[in-house]
Design a protein around this ligand. Structure first.
Ligand SMILES: Cc1cc2nc3c(=O)[nH]c(=O)nc-3n(C[C@H](O)[C@H](O)[C@H](O)COP(=O)(O)OP(=O)(O)OC[C@H]3O[C@@H](n4cnc5c(N)ncnc54)[C@H](O)[C@@H]3O)c2cc1C
Length: 307
């Protein structure tokens, strides 16, 4: 017979660990499905002339949560969940990627997002050495330095707004036009004297030594230019890892799982927290708090519904 848990947490990042910590504290029968323990807390970041430091605010709390969870957790399934189905009695069946199924009375989805990549030479070499996918996480490190913002749309414009007061100069590269909600406002931001706009130019490669020193861009006429920058912000969009539950819960226009103030989704028994949700997160401390809330809500749900 398939094992039925009280709660299954999907994702071992800050949100998933916080949710799991509360569910284990409640002495429930919990499984955590995640290929890793820590999620994006292990994203690297270093910059020339910046003394080595822990750049992820809240990382120490995540490490503490990881220790707490691994000490109490009996079922860490090193896998991902492919699909969640609702059963007739209101519980859920989870299909694992490597085969196998488990059942649970409640599910807490903390699967995070993945950044849209550029797919050019040098991108992975310089990721965390000047190249970032998250302006909100790394912009302050580039105070007084030259940077490039690559992308278009709302996320790139928001990155410019954060970077303009900090960076010495910003090159903005938008290969193809992207929609924005307020075009007039976006153009005003792009018209800032310390922003140079390259529309219709493609990024060819990221170059550097130990760290980023520039990017090569190519125009429609084949002209190649090297822009000297120390920072590269790839700011297309974030893709929520929603595939396991996307047929069961309400998503917003960007694919985030819509949750209420208790981290409840539109499906009773499914809760969600962290970057995968419509709550403005993209920071570890926010994800920890949301994960804790989702864990508490799942606990209350199980307590109210377990016969
Ligand atoms: C692109 C990006 C870069 C960032 N960089 C930094 C940074 O350098 N410094 C900083 O302070 N903050 C950074 N942040 C912010 C911070 O890292 C995140 O807000 C935080 O990690 C989100 O926590 P989370 O638990 O929601 O998701 P994540 O940390 O992304 O964890 C998601 C977890 O879910 C797992 N998972 C995914 N799919 C499945 C599935 N189907 N089944 C089971 N498990 C699954 C993953 O393996 C992972 O364990 C970044 C955010 C983004 C989006």
């Amino acid at each position: 017979m398939t094992e039925r848990f009280d709660a299954v947490v999907l994702g071992g990042g800050p949100a998933g660990l916080a949710a799991a910590a509360y569910l284990l504290y409640a002495r429930l029968n919990v499984a955590l499905i995640s290929p890793d323990f820590g999620g994006k807390v292990f994203y690297p970041f270093a910059l020339r002339d910046v003394p080595h430091q822990d750049t992820v605010w809240g990382a120490s709390l995540v490490h503490e949560l990881a220790q707490r969870v691994s000490a109490a957790l009996q079922h860490h399934i090193l896998d991902t969940a492919d699909a969640v189905k609702r059963l007739d009695d209101g519980a859920f069946m989870l299909k694992l990627s490597q085969g196998g199924e488990i059942e649970s009375r409640s599910v807490v989805v903390c699967t995070g997002v993945r950044a849209q990549r550029l797919f050019v030479e040098g991108e992975m070499d310089y990721w965390g050495k000047g190249l970032s996918y998250s302006a909100i996480s790394h912009a302050p490190f580039f105070n007084g330095r030259k940077v490039a913002v690559i992308g278009g749309g709302e996320r790139a414009i928001a990155a410019l707004q954060i970077l303009i007061p900090l960076a010495a100069h910003i090159d903005y590269i938008e290969a193809r036009p992207q929609p924005v909600a307020d075009r007039e406002k976006a153009e005003a931001i792009l018209g800032h004297p310390r922003v140079d706009v390259f529309r219709g130019w493609e990024v060819q490669q990221i170059v550097g030594d130990d760290y980023v020193t520039g990017i090569d861009i190519v125009g429609v006429n084949g002209e190649v230019r090297r822009l000297p920058v120390e920072g590269v912000f790839v700011q297309f969009g974030l893709l929520p890892n929603n595939s396991a539950v996307r047929d069961l819960v309400t998503l917003d226009a960007f694919g985030h799982i819509v949750v209420d103030e208790n981290c409840a989704t539109s499906m009773p028994g499914i809760f969600a927290a962290g970057d995968v949700t419509n709550i403005c997160a993209e920071q570890v401390p926010v994800s920890i708090g949301e994960g804790a809330k989702a864990g508490l809500s799942a606990w209350r749900y199980v307590a109210a519904n377990k016969l």
